[in-house]
Unconditional design. Structure first.
Length: 646
């Protein structure tokens, strides 16, 4: 008989099997180990402590035990099983996402309001009512819907204070963070001990914070989407700030949404769940209308500013990138001693190289997308796979020197700003110029102190910023996302415009916003400029209902990819044949078709959408497709409730 303690181990691989090994010592469930698997050394997690070994099989021995104590929390395995079932992945992949070694949030600064969070601040009647409702009502789920500057964060903090005073824990989620020192410092001031989980931490720092939570040394965790898995005992409150943010949805396996995990965790633990935003997602809005969430409204700007005056600028009649009305407003704002911001959600100098002779367009050789020219680095770059090359001096196709550039990004706008406003102190704020949280904090503090007159940036500056002297905001190419082949395009563009508009005049009575668009008469632009949120949501919900799209239907996206196009297509046809044998309603099968980005990082891609009123049939079919061996050996990807259809 083999000597040792048999344990079952789950690995972060798609096959979903559990593997039995011998451990030289007893191990608790949730301990990470390193073990041999098919000529590889993999890290897995013990899921069964006293496993029953298979008969007549010589077991391999665990190579290394990585933890002195299990890293999993009170609900870790239940959440892992729920994610595996609902997000179509293996148990090992789900467990891997729950543990601190798997937290891989994108390093993007999250910029919180530069306002005082002092506990002595006087609450508005709306804030007081919201806090009392959350704490004293028997309802579990709440949605804090308030315009920018209305004090949502203070409501979160006051509610958290009371929950902690009751001896319970708090999970506070914010999107895509490298948390600012201000929010961390204020949380520590309010609550004493706070664990922070974000991508700026080293693995050892992250593990230290994780273990502090698991041992009950701290009552509160702040972090991005993976912080929802923190091993916090006795959870009393879960906060999901800026609920509609795309970063709450994981784009890699397991493709979970932090909002859904927060809802199920709240249900299991009986914790209060508070989500909030000025612009709720349509899924959240529909849930509010069905009575799943209690809506709490904050309508008053606490700093005293009035809603800004919004101007729609028809760029079809403008000669320059920065329109004449916006340029004039920026100069006037500067002369009055105030500041301006320009938003353009596109990096680079130009986004299309083309030949005027043969009409050649330069695309990434690895992806079916145009290359973006970055003038400062003298590079053509693909923003999808990272491929780079030098810009050609002549057409690669016909050799003609009659070549040109089309479109524009923040780098070209910066040059235009220098030309138009040489007397202004300005800074570009995007991922090409801002490297890490320290540099981001430095630039934002300069702007806050009035050391800069004009800030240009991508959507990094669209949300969460609050500057007392900011009067004018310009949004360039505001309809840039409306042409994307994605049913959420209108919602995303509307939200971005409304959030950016909220930056202007937070402390002033005469803030101004200039929305530059090629489609000034389009209903999304009209409602956004007029602040008609209810009208926009009503029309968009009606449209989604007519088209049988979320939130009125659930979707499962199936992507098949292969490095040979013909093989990818054959395997997608095979997937369709399998689906048809399962009695799935063909009317709810959309596609198949090439993905909007047909080729990505050398992989040719086809996709289809499966639609249903509930997820039951989608999950059943999805789990069947998970184990499908495709004839051409293509890769298959499954995404329940997809947020990107690129």
């Amino acid at each position: 008989m083999d000597e040792g303690y048999p344990v079952n181990v789950a690995f972060p691989i798609p096959d979903g099997n559990l593997y039995t090994y011998l451990s030289p010592k007893p191990l608790l469930r949730g301990t990470r180990v390193e073990a041999p698997l098919k000529n590889r050394r993999l890290t897995g997690v013990v899921v069964t402590e006293n496993a029953v070994p298979p008969k007549n099989v010589q077991l391999k021995t665990i190579l290394r035990v990585l933890d002195n104590e299990p890293l999993t929390g009170p609900w870790s395995f239940e959440l892992a099983q729920w994610i595996a079932q609902n997000n179509l992945c293996s148990l090992g992949e789900a467990i891997n996402a729950l543990l601190p070694s798997a937290i891989k949030e994108k390093e993007t600064p999250f910029l919180k309001d530069e306002i005082s969070f002092q506990s002595t601040i006087t609450l508005s009647d709306e804030q007081t009512k919201a806090i009392e409702t959350i704490l004293n009502s028997e309802q579990q789920w709440y949605y804090l819907r308030g315009q920018t500057g209305s004090g949502k964060t203070e409501v979160y903090f006051r509610t958290a204070q009371e929950i902690i005073a009751r001896g319970q824990g708090v999970i506070y989620l914010v999107p895509e963070i490298s948390l600012t020192h201000q929010l961390i410092d204020e949380a520590v001031k309010r609550f004493g001990q706070v664990a922070v989980l974000h991508s700026g931490l080293t693995p050892s720092q992250r593990l230290k914070e994780w273990l502090r939570l698991k041992r009950g040394e701290v009552p509160m965790v702040l972090g991005a989407r993976s912080a929802i898995f923190a091993p916090l005992a006795n959870i009393g409150l879960i906060i999901v700030d800026e609920e509609p943010e795309l970063s709450y949805k994981s784009q890699s396996v397991p493709r979970f949404h932090a909002r859904s995990v927060a809802m199920i965790l709240s249900k299991w633990t009986k914790a209060k769940l508070v989500m909030g935003s000025a612009t709720p997602s349509l899924e959240a809005l529909e849930a509010i209308q069905r009575g799943l969430f209690v809506e709490l409204k904050l309508g008053k700007r606490l700093a005293g500013g009035s809603p800004p005056k919004v101007h729609l600028v028809d760029t079809r009649t403008e000669k320059n990138i920065i329109s004449a009305p916006l340029a004039e407003a920026i100069l006037k704002t500067h002369s009055e001693g105030f500041q301006s911001i320009i938003l353009l959600n596109r990096r680079g100098y130009t986004n299309l190289f083309h030949c005027l002779n043969c009409h050649y367009e330069m695309h990434c050789p690895r992806c079916s997308v145009p290359m973006t020219y970055h003038k400062m680095q003298k590079l053509m770059r693909c923003h999808h796979c990272g491929y780079e090359t030098r810009p050609p001096s002549a057409c690669p196709n016909c050799g003609s020197h009659e070549v040109g550039w089309a479109g524009y990004g923040t780098e070209l706008v910066e040059q235009e700003m220098i030309r138009l406003f040489p007397q202004l102190r300005m800074q570009r704020f995007d991922t090409d110029t801002i490297k890490g949280r320290a540099q981001a904090d430095k630039v934002l503090k300069m702007f806050y102190r009035g050391e800069l007159d004009l800030l240009l940036g991508t959507q990094m500056i669209a949300k969460g910023l609050n500057f007392p002297k900011l009067k004018t905001v310009g949004i360039l190419n505001a309809d840039i996302g409306l042409s994307l082949p994605d049913f959420r395009a209108a919602e995303r563009v509307y939200s971005l415009i409304r959030q950016t508009t909220g930056r202007a005049g937070r402390y002033l009575p005469n803030g101004e916003v200039y929305i530059q668009t090629y489609r000034p008469d389009f209903w999304v632009m009209r409602y956004a400029s007029e602040g008609q949120d209810d009208e926009f949501y009503k029309q968009e919900l009606e449209l989604r209902q007519q088209l049988l799209l979320p939130p009125f239907r659930r979707l499962l996206r199936v992507v098949v990819r292969h490095q040979q196009q013909t093989k990818a297509k054959k395997d997608m046809d095979h997937v369709v044949d399998v689906i048809r044998t399962q009695n799935f309603p063909i009317g709810d099968l959309i596609g198949p078709a090439t993905c909007p980005i047909e080729k990505l990082a050398d992989w040719y891609r086809y996709h289809l959408l499966l639609r249903s009123k509930t997820t039951d049939i989608l999950k059943t079919l999805g789990h069947k497709l998970m184990g499908l061996k495709l004839p051409q050996r293509s890769m298959i990807e499954l995404d329940m409730d997809p947020y990107h259809l690129r």
